[in-house]
Design a protein around this ligand. Structure first.
Ligand SMILES: [Zn+2]
Length: 322
């Protein structure tokens, strides 16, 4: 046995930990899929299992929380630290702004906002969505992220909290709107997160959760290369049923369920095809940006029917039970 092989289990114990089901606590599970870090191409295999008691799919073992930060490095696209995309920068900014406008299109159907409104975005990254809320409604905005992004100029005017959401000192019943745009699938304790969200919501407040949808067309198409696996950052993969189970378990009432979100499903269509070809070598976004937008133009007729096709995303709007 080589030295490297001898030390491998020791290294893995240091980085990984075994977990039980986030929803029902059961330790009984069966293997679901083994994934790679297709997005950045970092080495490693990551295993997802399905709970034999409640059907929730989650990563097990998972990377310990004190080790996961290195996977949210400067390349991590959702934190939007890369701002220079050359000649296409204006187009990139326009697309990102459209994403925040699409978030607003969803929330404005469920909550009336104004200068007195308090909004909290959990997993706010550099805060562009919260800035959009300030611009549109003059609302008071707060954000939480476990990465310290407080130096970002886009967080000016945002009450920024660094750390885990459920460890923050936030007053009960404070917020009119709490949003989680692609946050819950990264969470290490989603049950605790939802209970915290319920606590900080006003009695008439709304919680909006968008996550990738496991029982969707793009998962069936790409399986172990489905972009929604996003190993190792995604700790939980939600079907419609398992997401609603978890929400109801926390004493939240579902106001509406949407088989789509603000996140463009085309990203999953494009990235899944690229991951199939690249087989874990990582996607170079600078090189992919031109084929990405050309493909989007070609698929425009399909994407216009996105809300009927269950392509990749799901959004739940909920409230505290009266
Ligand atoms: Zn379970």
């Amino acid at each position: 046995m080589s030295t490297a092989t001898a030390f491998k289990p020791l290294f893995e114990n240091f980085v990984f930990e075994t977990v039980s089901c986030y929803s029902c606590g059961s330790a009984s599970s069966k293997e679901f899929i083994v994934a790679q870090d297709d997005l950045t191409g970092k080495p490693g295999s990551f295993r997802f299992v399905t709970c034999q008691d409640c059907g929730l799919t989650y990563q097990n073992p998972r990377i310990r929380i004190d080790r996961i930060k290195s996977y949210y490095d400067d390349e991590y696209i959702a934190h939007r630290k890369k701002t220079d995309w050359g000649r296409l920068t204006w187009f990139y900014n326009w697309v990102m702004d459209r994403h925040d406008i699409d978030k607003d299109r969803i929330i404005r159907r469920y909550v009336e906002l104004g200068p007195q409104s308090e909004i909290l975005d959990v997993g706010c990254a550099v805060g562009t969505f919260l800035q959009k809320m300030r611009t549109l409604y003059d609302a008071r905005v707060s954000g939480v992220d476990f990465k310290d992004l407080s130096h970002s100029s886009t967080l000016d005017g945002v009450e920024f909290h660094c750390g885990l959401f459920y460890n923050q000192r936030l007053a009960s019943g404070r917020f009119d709107l709490v949003t989680m745009w692609h946050f819950l699938e990264h969470d290490y304790d989603p049950l605790r997160t939802l209970l915290m969200a319920k606590r900080v919501l006003k009695p008439e407040g709304r919680l909006v959760i968008e996550v990738p949808r496991l029982d969707s067309v793009t998962f069936r198409l790409y399986r172990e290369r489905w972009p929604g696996l996003q190993a190792p950052q995604h700790t939980v993969l939600f079907e419609r049923r398992t997401l609603l189970n978890l929400i109801e378990k926390c004493g939240l009432e579902v106001v509406d369920y949407l088989p789509y979100g603000a996140f463009p499903p085309y990203f999953y269509i494009f990235a899944g095809a690229a991951f199939k070809i690249l087989k874990g070598r990582g996607l170079n976004l600078s090189k992919a940006i031109v084929p990405y937008f050309l493909g989007q133009i070609l698929l425009l007729p399909l994407l216009m029917a996105e809300r009927q096709l269950n392509l990749a995303m799901q959004t739940v709007i909920c409230r505290r039970k009266p």
